[in-house]
Design a protein around this ligand. Structure first.
Ligand SMILES: NC(=O)c1ccc[n+]([C@@H]2O[C@H](COP(=O)([O-])OP(=O)(O)OC[C@H]3O[C@@H](n4cnc5c(N)ncnc54)[C@H](OP(=O)(O)O)[C@@H]3O)[C@@H](O)[C@H]2O)c1
Length: 225
């Protein structure tokens, strides 16, 4: 399986990258983003399975389309927290950036399985009270209309970072670092509310390879895979 990975410098993406590099069924991982993964905990730049594309404008891929063909799966882990962000900016980074990539990729790779990370509470009606949930809901809904072989929406609640992986968002990292023992316990007793970077990465690879009976996976689905 050849995998294209967005957000490999972030907490979720680092976890997914680690699992892809460890999985013998993944032959190639190409990370793409505005910055390279070099030096981050999950990244091994000397690993022959890993290649990196640094691309400044993540809404326009016209100059690099040749490098975006031949992929079986895209794991889209790029995303931001809505905390303290205006709706217009959040919508741009969440909806516009994701759909720009997905539209290009579905045209270039009709056999691709696209996996997107949203979050627990995402609002499929697009009408609810919470801004982030409406924007993520519209993003999910429009991704599911694109002509991919299949698309899966991952909706984790909390994600415990393992193997030295860190969030890029300082307040998220502070919470996860401070509460690590509690999170490990929660993962065991309340899989609805807590998963790990390792479980997310492994589940993405599994659904890309074998499919899943439904397009939206909640935390407990991710943990069960
Ligand atoms: N962390 C959690 O517990 C959790 C739980 C549920 C859902 N999620 C979702 O998972 C996704 C990833 O979260 P995360 O925790 O991995 O976040 P993170 O650690 O803050 O990483 C964010 C990633 O998005 C990229 N990014 C952010 N702003 C960007 C911009 N303006 N332009 C281009 N790239 C940008 C970053 O790239 P750079 O290195 O270039 O900044 C990085 O790769 C988000 O959609 C989040 O809502 C996270």
């Amino acid at each position: 399986m050849n995998v294209l990975l967005f957000g490999a410098t972030g907490m979720v993406g680092q976890g997914v990258l680690r699992e892809c590099l460890l999985d013998p069924g993944v032959e190639l991982v190409v990370s793409i983003g505005r910055s390279a993964t070099g030096g981050r905990s999950a990244s091994d730049v000397s690993n022959p399975k890993l290649r990196e594309i640094v691309h400044a404008d993540l809404t326009d891929y016209s100059t690099i389309e040749l490098q975006l063909t031949g992929f079986d799966a895209c794991f889209f882990c790029l995303g931001v927290s809505s905390v303290g962000m205006e709706e217009e900016r959040y919508r741009h980074l969440t909806y516009d950036v994701t759909l720009a990539a997905a539209k290009t990729l579905s045209r270039l790779n009709p056999q691709m399985v696209f996996v997107y990370v949203t979050g627990r509470g995402t609002d499929s009606t697009e009408q609810g009270r919470l801004m982030w949930a409406r924007v993520k809901g519209k993003t999910e809904n429009d991704l599911l209309k694109l002509p991919f072989k299949a698309a899966y929406m991952f909706r984790p609640a909390g994600i415990q970072p393992l193997h030295g992986i860190k969030s890029k968002t300082a307040w998220v990292q502070a919470i996860y670092a401070g509460a690590a023992p509690l999170l490990a316990l929660l993962n065991r007793v309340a899989p609805k509310y807590m998963t790990t970077t390792e479980q997310v990465g492994r589940a993405m690879i599994k659904v890309a390879r074998d499919g899943y009976p439904k397009p939206v996976l909640e935390s407990e689905d991710i943990n069960r895979i």
